[in-house]
Design a protein around this ligand. Structure first.
Ligand SMILES: [Zn+2]
Length: 393
C-alpha cells in the first residue's frame, strides 16, 4: 500500500470506525489502542501510559466568569464587605484563568472533574550513532462543537469576546478598588457595562459542554495518521543519526494534558529534543502550513533554526505549496513542548486566507479531508526529518 493509502486507512479507522473521541472518553481510549496495535503489527514495541486529565476545555472559563459574576452581585448589593469580597473573588478568578491559559497548575485544575486518559508512544532508534532526537506528536482526542466555532463569524466574535472579557475584568477590578475611595454613582453604573462581556463568555462556556464531540477527521485523525505514516517511512528508510519518538497524545483539546504528561515522564530521555506537532493537516485548500509562533495569550515561538530549514524546504519545493503563519487565540501540543524547553515546530494547515477548515464543526468528517493536502504535508515533514538527520543540527 502506498503511503497515502495507509494514512487514509488510519484516518478512516479513527474518524469513522471509532468516530468521536472526546477527551477522557472510551473513543479516545480505543484510538490509543488502535495506534498501539498498528505499531505492534509493524514489529515495534509501543507503550500506553495512563494519566489524569481535565474533562472539559470550557469548565474553567464557566467557573472563572461565574465567580466574577458573583463578585459583581456582591459588589452591587453587599455594601463594604460585599465590595471586599468582590475584589478577592475577581483576583482569584482572573489569576486562575491566566494560569490556565499558560497551561500551569491552578486552583481550578484542582477542583474541576478529572478523568482517565492515555498517551501511546513508540521509539525508533537511529541506525548509526544517535546525535539527535525528533518527537512527532499528534493528538488522538476530538473537540466538541460549541457555538464559538459554528461559523467564521462566530470564531471572530468569540476571539474578540475573550480579549474584551479579560480587559473588562481588569477594568472591573480597577472600578472596585476605586469605589473604596470614591463613592461616585458612575462607578457601579460602569461596572454594569463591563460585566456584559463576562455574561456572554459565561453563557458560551457553560453551554459548550452540552454539544457533541466531532468525528475529528481533520482535527486530528490526519495529524495522528501522518505520525504513523512517518514511522512507516522511517522503518523503510532508516535514519542514520536521529532517534524518532512517535506520540499519539490524549486530551490535547482540554489543555494539552497528554503532551504535558508525556514530556514530564520522558524528559530525562529527550532533553533538548526537536518537537514536531502535527495538528489539523487535511482541510480543503489548506497548507502545508507551519507556525512561526502560537499565541493563546503569551507567545510560544517556534525554533528559529527549524523555521529556517522549513523555509528553505518550502522555497526549494514550490510543488508542495508550503507556507508559514502565526496562530492566534488558539494552541497546540507545541505550546507544551515549548514550555519544556524543547525545540519546536508545529504544523497546522490553515488556508492562505487564515481559516482552519471544519474546525470543531459537524463537517469535520472523513469525506471532507483533502488527501492531496495530507500527502503534500506528509512529504514536507518527511523532507524536514531527512534534513535534520543529514545536518545533525
Ligand atoms: Zn487539534
Amino acid at each position: 500500500m502506498s503511503e497515502i493509502e495507509t494514512i487514509k486507512k488510519h484516518v478512516k479507522y479513527l474518524s469513522v470506525t471509532i468516530g468521536p473521541r472526546g477527551s477522557t472518553t472510551l473513543g479516545e481510549k480505543q484510538a490509543a489502542a488502535y495506534v498501539a496495535n498498528v505499531y505492534s503489527n509493524l514489529g515495534l514495541s509501543p507503550i500506553i501510559e495512563p494519566f489524569r486529565s481535565a474533562k472539559s476545555a470550557w469548565l474553567p472559563f464557566a467557573l472563572g466568569t461565574g465567580l466574577i459574576l458573583v463578585g459583581e452581585v456582591l459588589y452591587l448589593v453587599g455594601g463594604f464587605y460585599g465590595l471586599l469580597f468582590a475584589i478577592l473573588i475577581s483576583v482569584f478568578a482572573l489569576s486562575s484563568l491566566v494560569l490556565e491559559l499558560m497551561f500551569k497548575q491552578n486552583p481550578f485544575r484542582l477542583i474541576l472533574p478529572k478523568g482517565d486518559s492515555q498517551n501511546v508512544s513508540v521509539k525508533i532508534p537511529s541506525e548509526g550513532l544517535s546525535k539527535e532526537t525528533v518527537i512527532l506528536i499528534g493528538h488522538l482526542d476530538t473537540h466538541r462543537m460549541p457555538i464559538a466555532y459554528k461559523s467564521q463569524r462566530w470564531v471572530a466574535f468569540f476571539r474578540s469576546l475573550t480579549t474584551t472579557t479579560f480587559a473588562s475584568v481588569i477594568l472591573l477590578l480597577i472600578l472596585f478598588i476605586a469605589d473604596i475611595f470614591f463613592e461616585w454613582i458612575i462607578i457601579p453604573l460602569l461596572s454594569l457595562v463591563f460585566i456584559i462581556p463576562v455574561v456572554f463568555l459565561f453563557l458560551m462556556a457553560s453551554f459548550a459542554d452540552m454539544t457533541d464531540y466531532t468525528a475529528g477527521a481533520n482535527d486530528n485523525a490526519t495529524g495522528a495518521a501522518i505520525v504513523i505514516g512517518l514511522v512507516e517511512r522511517v522503518l523503510k528508510a532508516p535514519l542514520q543519526n536521529t532517534d524518532i519518538w512517535a506520540v499519539g497524545s490524549g486530551c490535547e483539546e482540554v489543555g494539552a494534558y497528554g503532551a504535558d504528561a508525556w514530556i514530564k515522564k520522558h524528559i530525562h530521555e529527550v532533553e533538548g529534543a526537536i518537537f514536531l506537532t502535527l495538528d489539523n493537516l487535511g482541510g480543503k485548500g489548506a497548507g502545508p502550513c507551519y507556525l512561526k509562533k502560537e499565541t493563546l495569550i503569551f507567545p510560544f515561538e517556534s525554533d528559529p533554526q527549524l523555521l529556517k530549514i522549513a523555509d528553505k524546504i518550502a522555497a526549494e519545493n514550490p510543488d508542495l505549496g508550503a507556507f508559514s503563519r502565526e496562530m492566534k487565540a488558539a494552541y497546540t501540543d507545541g505550546a507544551i513542548g515549548n514550555k519544556a524547553g524543547l525545540r519546536c515546530l508545529t504544523f497546522v494547515n490553515y488556508t492562505p486566507a487564515g481559516v482552519i477548515p471544519d474546525w470543531h464543526q459537524p463537517s469535520d468528517v472523513f469525506e471532507n479531508v483533502d488527501w492531496n493536502v495530507v500527502q503534500r504535508t506528509e512529504e514536507f515533514v518527511w523532507r524536514l526529518i531527512q534534513k535534520i538527520d543529514s545536518d545533525k543540527l
